[in-house]
Design a protein around this ligand. Sequence first.
Ligand code: NAG
Ligand code: NAG
Length: 230
Amino acid sequence: MMANPRRNSYAISINQSSSDNNPFQAQTLTTLSSLKFFLKKPHAFPFLLSIFLLLTWVSLRLQHSAHFSSSFPHQKWNTPEDDRNANLVRFASSAYPSRITKDKRGWLLNPLAVAHDTGISGGAVACASVHLGEIRPGAVRGNHRHYVCNETFLIWGAKTIFRLENNMIDKGYAEVIVGADEVAVAASPSGTAHALVNVDPVRSTFFMGCQDSIIDYKNSSTDFNVWKDL
Ligand SMILES: *[C@@H]1O[C@H](CO)[C@@H](O)[C@H](O)[C@H]1NC(C)=O
Ligand SMILES: *[C@@H]1O[C@H](CO)[C@@H](O)[C@H](O)[C@H]1NC(C)=O
């Protein structure tokens, strides 16, 4: 018989009474019982107090972040009237079957046809110029007013504010939030300012802008930085 002196001495040094020679289990039992012993002592009180304080802090943080995200209007607080004022129509991107998702591959749409069919008016009816792009978290696109083209937008991918100049509203604009799980089509008629703001903490907004004429940025056919708060 070959003895293994190293293994035996290791097990014994951890727990003399361990009879099954399993050092890992022996160590776990020792740790648990010494923790129990520690918690019964009076000097465990500051330790327990700090755990309690940590849990309080964590729950306050969670409450704060819930409050923070609800301080932005979200689609649940955007009424159909808000969407109409912003000249926008939205669809749940994961709903199936739906107006934009006919089969399980996912959504597919023609934004100009959707705008036409849902009564979103004043956008482009043909694209002379198309822009596709990304808006990273916290970034803004638009915030300008084109005087020589109508524009139709498709927006998806992240929680995004769409703001459209609208003089029927006291503030002078209508504003809605497109959810990360939504696809929106919106239209900005010629002479109307618009802005897209990514308010998502992590995701990128993607958008398409279809314009019915090619803008000559050398002349003054566009006003920039219309809203100072963006
Ligand atoms: C924009 O739309 C209006 C009607 O809504 C149309 O009269 C105009 O020709 C369109 N295009 C431009 C470049 O303004
Ligand atoms: C700017 O360019 C557009 C199209 O190229 C043109 O229709 C418009 O009259 C121009 N505006 C000015 C102020 O030159």
